[in-house]
Design a protein around this ligand. Structure first.
Ligand code: ZN
Length: 213
């Protein structure tokens, strides 16, 4: 499987150079994450498709930089299907016919299959997509090289869920992680374990501060 990185063209303080979306060419051309509907993204996507139809868009979670282009993509690719794990209050903001993905579901993509891995914490609906034969994980916002991941408590972020999701992904033993922000992570194990260690340190600092009164 050779996914093609397609930059969403939405640079900003929260997105870095802009979101990476991933096109998996093959029998079932599949885009992972929708982006924000920038013209540059739609053009780059068409170029990457090289004449193939876009069969489906798998969305990692309902944050706007990952999901908000659904309507623009549906206009450009009327036959495409849109799939994600449901988050009713948020999904209705991007009114396309969302099809639900359940944890563990196998999804045809490219010339192979991906497994949906529910990884809540950053968002309650967050999914990673796991390609076991190549040990590739499409990580969404689970990890960003050089940074920690924001856990927005007002948007149902949950640190305990996030830590459990990290453990869950570490257990898969991925050899590379294709993120939505920043460079490809070629050593997922050390990056993900680094996050666990960082959060443990923070907890100890808080406990020490409490003990000090
Ligand atoms: Zn996000």
């Amino acid at each position: 499987m050779t996914p093609i990185a397609v930059l969403a063209g939405n640079p900003g303080p929260m997105t870095g150079e802009g979101n990476w979306t991933w096109l998996i060419p093959g029998r079932v051309p599949t885009l992972i994450d929708a982006g924000t509907g920038e013209q540059a993204h739609l053009g780059a996507l068409e170029e990457a498709l090289a004449g193939a139809r876009l069969e489906q868009v798998l969305v990692t979670h309902a944050h706007p930089d990952h999901a908000s282009a659904a309507v623009a993509l549906e206009e450009r690719f009327p036959d495409a299907r849109f799939l994600k794990m449901p988050w009713a209050e948020r999904d209705s903001r991007w009114p396309v016919r969302w099809e639900p993905i359940a944890d563990g579901q196998m999804i045809d993509a490219g010339d192979s299959q991906l497994r949906a891995v529910h990884t809540p914490g950053h968002a309650p609906d967050h999914l990673c997509f796991w390609h076991e034969p190549s040990r590739t994980l499409f990580g969404g916002d689970l990890a960003v090289r050089g940074s920690t991941v924001y856990i927005p408590s007002k948007l149902r972020g949950d640190l305990a869920d996030y830590l459990a999701s990290l453990e869950r992904v570490i257990a898969l033993k991925p050899s590379r992680l294709l993120p939505a922000h920043g460079p490809v992570i070629g050593d997922p194990d050390s990056v993900l374990r680094g996050y666990l260690e960082h959060r443990r340190e923070r907890e100890e600092q808080i406990l020490a501060a409490l003990r000090a009164g």
